[in-house]
Design a protein around this ligand. Sequence first.
Ligand code: FEO
Length: 407
Amino acid sequence: MAIAIAKDIFWTGYIDWNLRDFHGYTTSRGVTYNSYLVKGTEKTALIDSVKAPFASEMLMQVAQLTPPAKVDYLVVNHAELDHSGALPLLMGMMPRAKVVCNKKTQAILQAYYGCYDWNWELVATGSTLSLGDKTLQFTEVPFVHWPDSMVTYCPEVKVLFSNDAFGQHYCSIPRFDDEVPLADILAEAKTYYANIVNPYSKQVALALAKLGALDLAQICPAHGVCWRSHVAEILKAYRNWSAQKSQAKVLVIYETMWESTRMMAEAIARGASMVPGVQVKLLNARLVNKTILATECLDAAVIALGSATLNNQALSDITGDVSYLKGLNFTGKASLAFGSFGWGKGGAEQLDAELDNLKWERLASPIKAKWRPDAQCLSQCLEAGKALAEKALATATASSYEKLFID
Ligand code: FEO
């Protein structure tokens, strides 16, 4: 059912309640692909589309509002396949439609779909398109999060179609932020930022500066619900996340084999919890998926990494997680490696070496336990936990979780 978003603007997307794996990102609340139909007095435009398997369902939504053959423009803010997959089918049903996008998007679409014969209208930052009583203004926001990323603004209704920016992997038939629990969508927006957008935080800061002058009544992203009652909160969250602001929070991420590394991890967490005002979380890499781990890392000031040793290596779940975290480029963290071994070197040393690749500050040499941590080793872990917590308190740049969202 097409839903009105503003006067003569309608949601024509698809809610994928069943998706749990979005190219490796665990989507526990499913995924929504948003598309919007904007009707002007003279022209009609579709902004973004949906993933290929849902093209016909999107087309049915459009057909409820206007004959597809009468759509004049298909605006493509970003070429990634979750937003462009339906285009080949749509273009077959919309023979007069021009595809409106920037040059980079055009090149990517042509590579994926071989669509050299589509009717193109290329735009760049500052370009506008008149629909009659409505105007579409385009701003390129490169690398938020692909090189081609762009947003579209309609000044007459003060709506920003922001594509991936400000999105959430979240399913809900109501389409607005004030119709669902705010804590849920802010949490999903944070997960989305940590797992998709974070490597491009510098570009996000540039984009926020570019968009700062816009009068925003609504932000309509390509995933999740539209922001209309909490625009200030999501903008503040993006400013803080892009600045890599952290809380006084210590994460202890570990993988264990015969429980020795778990005992060390728990001792570190106990020590950290002795420092008032510090949030402490203990995460077993074999049980907690990397999407959640990355989300927890986004606003943690301090992260300890621990592993047992197997065949002179750290265990494979935590090394996989470290590889994922390196790509996400969380900056400004302090850290410590730890772990157990039986003979030779292994887990703790490997994780300690990775701190250089993660560009995290090393607070001390790795703590190691041969076979089982004895009382002295556990005491060392407890003291290290306290020191990690003191460091978190001293370096946190946001005084609380709420401060990351709300003034
Ligand atoms: Fe939602 Fe970058 O695609």
